[in-house]
Ligand binder design. Structure first.
Ligand SMILES: Nc1nc2c(ncn2[C@@H]2O[C@H](COP(=O)(O)OP(=O)(O)OP(=O)(O)O)[C@@H](O)[C@H]2O)c(=O)[nH]1
Ligand SMILES: [Mg+2]
Length: 223
């Protein structure tokens, strides 16, 4: 085995160890944790702004958001009404479990019902990193093209949910929804696929219900 493969394997093992500790912590706290992954600009922060607002009077949400630079997204999410903490990776193209643990320590959130992790915009690097989440969600926006699940299969294989975002753009872009669905299902037949527009609100209820149901199931299992 080459040195590079050995080092990469060790990094992932250490990450998995930390992720297991986080998962145990989230289980004890009864917090549902969702990792959002997509290419840059697919609509992660906008989706979270609307999700936070949807739950504002019923459930407590918090967000850890990763970006290579700036605190812009954390500022947006705080303005939307949720405790949010920015992890500035300074170059790293993904969050890892150690960054999440350090971010949580710095953020010092109160216990929440749902913790959203907005990963760094990237369809490749976040795939291999367990963050202790309950499930990963991949976003694919209408403007990106229906071929992306075929070209970047790993994250579509790993994600439990795929959100086809910016559905309000369907009339204006050449996006073949049927082919997109086939491309996702080819890699992950069990993937739950939802179409939505955070801009118009179409499909947002289905997404929020899905998250709420997952929280219910998690708490039923824990208790
Ligand atoms: N038309 C339309 N535009 C949207 C929608 N959701 C997000 N946008 C726009 O898409 C752009 C990127 O949205 P963000 O929410 O910042 O995307 P992101 O995935 O968080 O981006 P990064 O954090 O940089 O990876 C912004 O100009 C949004 O206003 C939508 O449902 N419809
Ligand atoms: Mg963002």
């Amino acid at each position: 085995m080459s040195e590079i493969i050995k080092i990469r394997r060790r990094i992932l093992q250490e990450n998995d160890h930390k992720a297991s500790q986080l998962r145990e912590q989230f289980k004890n706290e009864g917090t549902l944790v969702v990792d959002l992954v997509s290419s840059p600009g697919s609509g992660k922060t906008t989706l979270l702004e609307k999700t936070i607002q949807h739950f504002s009077e019923r459930l407590d949400c918090a967000v850890l958001v990763g970006d290579v630079a700036t605190e812009l997204d954390a500022n947006r999410l705080q303005a939307a009404g949720a405790p949010a903490h920015q992890i500035v990776t300074g170059g790293a193209c993904h969050l890892d479990a150690h960054l999440v643990a350090a971010g949580l320590e710095q953020a010092n959130f109160d216990e929440v019902d749902m913790l959203f992790l907005e990963n760094v915009g990237n369809l490749v690097c976040p795939t291999s990193y367990d963050l202790g989440e309950d499930f990963k969600v991949v976003l694919l926006s209408a403007a990106e093209g229906e071929d992306k699940p075929a070209k970047y299969p790993a994250i579509f294989t790993r994600a439990a949910v795929c959100l086809i975002t910016k559905s309000d753009l369907f009339p204006y872009v050449d996006f073949d929804l049927d082919v997109a669905r086939q491309n996702i299902k080819a890699h992950n037949p069990n993937c739950r696929i939802l179409e939505l527009s955070a801009k118009t609100g179409a499909g947002m209820d289905a997404w929020c219900n899905l998250v709420k149901e997952r929280l219910k199931v998690k708490r039923t299992v824990v208790v």
